[in-house]
Design a protein around this ligand. Structure first.
Ligand code: HEC
Ligand code: HEC
Length: 493
């Protein structure tokens, strides 16, 4: 009571001071003029850059807000996720500037570092503070933190214990493998009443507040106010917080795996694997392809649930096999996946539109659907035009465990079906992937999709040609020696 009374008093004083400033002729006080200019700048930046999502009144209801998940923040409560302050407290000015600068990965909140100047960022942060009276009353301070002692196998092992243990129960929400699929994951809502899911800890590049161990330590310690992600400041000691942070940090690299120039299908002898856990896959390199929302056509989806797919490929001269792995927190009958290739390869490398083809150029779809564990070949020439092919040539197998699907699909390179692409070797073949998470009411046309990638079926070099390699090296070396000798001679002459 006493505290809030004091705060209220301080608020009144501040408000009065603000009123005084406003009435003072600005020319008298250059500092007040700077403040007024900054506020004016902040208001302008907000109107031009932020209002469309966050709304004129900062209520998160801008004209573009409707289709977004998570929704743009309502600033009126003073609930902020990315802070250095204790749970529930306001962020510091530096916290606000940081989150505006770097944005919130995995959401539509952009990074403004290459768009706004530092002055504009500080000014717009100042303007945000006008949406909640709490900023007048409270003066947030960073909580005491401990410098990271450095990661080690021992720290990671202790962190792993804490992650599953009863004290922290991270596993309840984040799941055994950290993919955001724990037993409590399916019915979480945020403090605004919107459904929310636990972060997939194997994709730290999508963390709202950054992927580093330092970021993770702060998020666990302070919690993400407004979301179900609690603060552990009163549950775990600083050493323990670091152990858990190092464990989470050890689950995945900070950035998505570097994208290869193309997806190589190595050639093997004999039959191709059909099951996802066949030992044959162990030696095959895996490529990661990010998937995103398709926003050019209805139905737009800015942040679809599936964020990417890991792909391996093998062929044996007559068949192609793909092993596809993607994360999906909730197994659902409406989950589905598509592998997409052009129905024919154009001479000029012109490709169909990557969102399931276009009126002039059709695509082949290798379609998998959880409902009846159905695997079928389809053709499409644009959204909403899928048709099941009359001749079916696909075989495959799917597994689901710990928030991850593993699908193996196999098809003959030349099926003899005129609707099918004859998949050539020694040539680049456009290939794309699309995934639907049924639980978030995505449909086959509004799920996650990636742009065209290139598949390349390797043709092993005939054994004889290897003989030429040492010969070529010897010849080059010989030539070089001759040249060097010539040069030496001419310089010594
Ligand atoms: C395209 C929509 C969009 C635009 C434009 C946008 N934001 Fe956001 N912003 C979001 C969304 C969505 C969130 C909520 C993300 C979440 O809760 O995980 C958010 C959250 C925030 C937060 C909360 C950070 C935290 O720690 O919780 C701040 C601050 C913010 N935005 C500032 C701005 C500023 C300043 C601008 C303009 C310079 C801006 N935003 C423009 C979509 C947008
Ligand atoms: C009650 C459920 C719940 C528990 C328990 C929980 N989390 Fe979370 N966690 C969430 C949710 C929900 C999010 C996503 C918040 C968002 O998207 O804004 C999240 C997000 C995160 C993030 C990402 C932060 C960022 O910057 O986006 C990390 C890291 C994390 N949690 C780690 C942990 C660890 C470690 C524990 C145990 C010490 C834990 N969580 C316990 C629900 C939980």
């Amino acid at each position: 009571m006493r505290l809030s009374g004091t705060l209220l008093g301080a608020g009144l004083i501040l408000a009065a001071a603000a009123g005084l400033l406003a009435f003072r002729p600005s020319t008298d006080d250059p500092e007040a003029e700077i403040v007024a200019q900054d506020l004016e700048l902040g208001r302008t930046v907000y109107a031009v850059r932020c209002e469309i999502c966050h709304g004129v009144d900062g209520d998160g209801n801008g004209p573009a807000a409707a289709s977004q998940d998570p929704r743009p923040r309502d600033f009126r409560r003073g609930w902020f996720k990315i802070r250095t302050t204790a749970s529930g407290q306001l962020p510091t000015d530096a916290d606000l500037a940081r989150v505006i600068t770097f944005g919130m990965p995995g959401t539509t909140m952009p990074a403004w570092e290459n768009v706004l100047t530092e002055e504009e960022i500080l000014s717009v942060a100042e303007h945000l503070k006008t949406f909640s009276r709490r900023f007048e009353r409270e003066s947030p301070e960073p909580i005491p933190i401990m410098a990271g002692p450095g990661s080690s196998p021992e720290a990671i092992a202790r962190g792993a214990q804490l992650f599953v243990g009863e004290q922290a129960e991270c596993i309840k929400c984040h799941g055994e493998m950290g993919r955001g699929d724990g037993p409590s994951a399916s019915d979480l809502t945020d403090d605004f009443g919107q459904p929310i899911v636990p972060a997939d800890l194997s994709m730290p590049w999508l963390f709202r507040g950054g992927p580093s161990a330092d970021d993770i330590y702060l998020r666990i310690k302070t919690g993400l106010t407004g979301s179900p992600m609690p603060s552990y400041a009163l549950v775990l000691g600083d050493e323990e917080l670091w152990d858990v942070a190092y464990y989470v940090d050890s689950l995945a690299p900070d950035a998505p795996p570097k994208q290869e120039a193309f997806l190589l299908a190595a050639k093997v002898d004999g039959s191709l694997p059909i099951s996802g856990d066949d030992a044959a896959w162990a030696a095959v390199p895996e490529s990661f392809f990010p998937l995103g929302g398709q926003v050019m056509r209805e139905v737009r989806n800015f942040t679809p649930a599936v964020k990417g797919v890991w792909v391996q490929a093998l062929h044996n001269g007559s068949e192609l096999a793909l092993r596809l792995r993607w994360h999906d927190r909730f197994q659902d009958p409406n989950d589905s996946f598509d592998v997409e290739m052009p129905a024919v390869l154009a001479e000029n490398d012109e490709r169909p539109y990557f969102v399931f083809g276009d009126s002039r150029k059709a695509v082949n779809l290798w379609h998998w659907e959880a409902a009846d564990v159905l695997l079928e070949e389809q053709n499409a020439h644009g959204v909403g035009t899928r048709a099941t092919q009359s001749q079916q040539d696909l075989v495959g197998q799917v597994e689901f465990a710990n928030g991850e699907y593993t699908l193996v699909v196999r098809r003959a390179l030349n099926t003899g079906d005129e609707e099918d692409l004859v998949i050539p070797s020694g040539q680049f073949v456009p290939i794309a992937f699309a995934a639907v998470e049924g639980r978030s009411e995505e449909t086959t046309d509004s799920g996650a999709i990636g742009s065209w990638q290139l598949l390349f079926l390797d043709e092993p070099t005939p054994a004889l040609s290897y003989i030429w390699v040492p010969i070529a090296i010897a010849l080059t070396a010989g030539l070089e020696w001759l040249v060097v000798r010539r040069v030496r001679r001419s310089t010594s002459a």
